[in-house]
Design a protein around this ligand. Structure first.
Ligand code: HEM
Length: 470
């Protein structure tokens, strides 16, 4: 290793105060780091954290030296809700399960799911269209119901329907209580064993005080939904090659099936991780498109030219590059997973800066996506950045909505195909405008969500207009 250099530091007291009073947000000292430096160190309680803002440093942590990092202690809270699964697992056990699930989520296999995705989207648009020319809609929760249904149909052969509506409240409550718990955690900085005991207690204790009792309610509600799904499939087996059947039928070399508990944990993860981030990103995209009518008009023109009013097929997706780019640029602007924390499991060094074993390393995705060194005019919503000819050759850690390295989101292809279809199909009949005066602002929980939702009016499209003005 080379000689260690001095790392700029941020006051731990200031960071702790800000955390307790304002919570974690995109401007928190622990996220912003030190001005003018790509790495900053801070100590809060017993914990040392580093914020790294340069893509090369991110490359090191997520790719080159990935063996030296695990997910951070905050994931223990997720483990309490989701159990042990692809998201929360580590090392050999993670590797085995990732190898098992990769083929089902590969681009090739997901292409085969496109018709399954289209059915719930078409049903959503039909149910939404009450025949009037202007329909009010709160996009964030509406997208939760839709993306739940798409994941349910494509991966579990199950339409969530009513459950989708319930999930908006469950997930919002869960994320808000988790945010409060994370604030306390960062300041109290308990050891991992303390955190695990806390998570177990949260699951099983007969009484938990507010606000943590909300987390317990979330865990129990999610548990009920997922066990119903598994029990139903076991009682009524199907021959499909969906994710649920893969999890229920897979056997190791000794012929042993996955424990049912693990099946439950994976299903919970795919159900939650598979819809919440996607729904958020879509809500942000509709918001940004309404603010940028030129980008929106170009999307509408592309959809009309390519689809000519018919249902899409899998072969249409590559012919909708602007539509896909509108979604990708929305994820640059408001990345749903806006921060990625890791823990060093052995001593490391980043560009001469010493990272001791046990330290937390924070990758502030939102900040990197808005850094003018890597994104000219970062506050301008410009989908052309993601047209294939402009995106080619971009360094991988400039754009991280799906994370990076071996822990990159397994649902990347699924999400990109699903959202292109949703954007196109929802735009065939309607164009979406903002309700004036409704405040739209980001709320940073585990994901970056619109705090008060996004209230919009769907306006029926008029044939043959060149400009979709109100
Ligand atoms: C726009 C939509 C999505 C975004 C922005 C997103 C973002 C992410 C990010 C940033 C990670 C990495 C977290 C880390 O490294 O700590 C991740 C992991 C993961 N995502 Fe997604 N995701 C999306 C959609 C999906 C979908 C559709 C699914 C499943 C159907 C899914 C399932 C997962 C799983 C299981 C992991 C853990 C992978 C592993 O560690 O091996 N995600 N996602």
């Amino acid at each position: 290793m080379s000689t260690a250099v001095r790392t700029p530091s941020v006051s731990g007291l200031h960071a702790a105060q800000s955390m307790l009073l304002k919570g974690l947000h995109t401007g928190s000292p622990i996220v912003k780091g030190a001005p003018g430096s790509d790495i900053a160190r801070m100590r809060v309680g017993r914990r040392t954290s580093f914020t790294i803002k340069h893509p090369d440093y991110v490359d090191h942590v997520l790719h080159g030296a990935a063996d030296r990092y695990h997910k951070s202690i905050e994931y223990e809270l997720l483990r309490a809700v989701l159990g042990l699964n692809l998201f929360t697992d580590e090392d050999d056990s993670w590797r085995r399960h990732r190898m098992l699930l990769n083929p089902t989520m590969s681009k090739r296999h997901v292409r085969g799911m496109v018709d399954l995705m289209i059915d719930p989207i078409a049903a959503y648009v039909d149910a939404f269209d009450d025949g009037s020319d202007r329909i009010e809609v709160e996009m964030a929760s509406s997208m939760v119901g839709l993306t739940m249904d798409v994941v349910g149909t494509a991966l579990f052969g199950h339409r969530f329907g009513e459950v989708g509506a319930k999930m908006t409240k469950v997930v919002t409550t869960g994320l808000r209580s988790a945010e409060v718990a994370t604030r306390l955690l960062i300041v109290a900085s308990p050891p991992v064993w303390g955190m695990r005991a806390f998570s177990r207690a949260l699951h099983h204790a007969p009484y938990v005080p507010p606000p943590l009792n909300a987390l317990q309610w979330v865990m129990r509600t999610v548990d009920e939904i997922v066990w119903d799904l598994i029990d139903d499939r076991r009682a009524h087996p199907t021959g499909s090659d969906d994710l649920l059947n893969l999890l229920l039928s897979t056997q190791d070399e000794d012929g042993r099936h996955l424990p049912l508990r693990r099946v439950r944990d994976e299903v919970t993860t795919f159900m939650l991780a598979g819809h919440e981030t996607t729904a958020n990103a879509l809500a942000w995209m509709w918001y940004l498109l309404a603010l940028n009518p030129d980008a929106r008009d170009r999307m509408l023109r592309e959809v009309d030219e390519v689809l000519d009013g018919r249902r899409p097929t899998v072969d249409d997706i590559p012919n909708l590059p602007w539509t896909t780019a509108c979604f990708q640029e929305a994820m640059r602007f408001y990345p749903p997973a806006w921060i990625i924390p890791r823990t060093a499991i052995e001593d490391d060094e980043i560009d001469g800066h010493r990272i001791p074993k046990g330290a937390t390393v924070i990758v502030p995705i939102h900040a990197i996506h808005h850094d003018p060194r890597f994104w000219p005019d970062p506050e301008v919503y410009d989908p052309s950045r993601f047209l294939p000819e402009n995106a080619r050759g971009r360094p991988r850690s400039h754009y991280l909505p799906f994370g990076g390295g071996r822990r990159i989101c397994i649902g990347t292809s699924f999400a990109l195909m699903e959202t292109t279809l949703i954007t196109a199909m929802m735009s065939q009949r309607f164009v979406y405008d903002l309700v004036p005066g409704h405040p739209v602002e980001p709320e940073a929980t585990l994901t970056l969500r619109p705090r008060n939702g996004v209230k919009m009016v769907a306006r029926r499209r008029v044939a043959n207009t060149t400009r979709e003005a109100a």
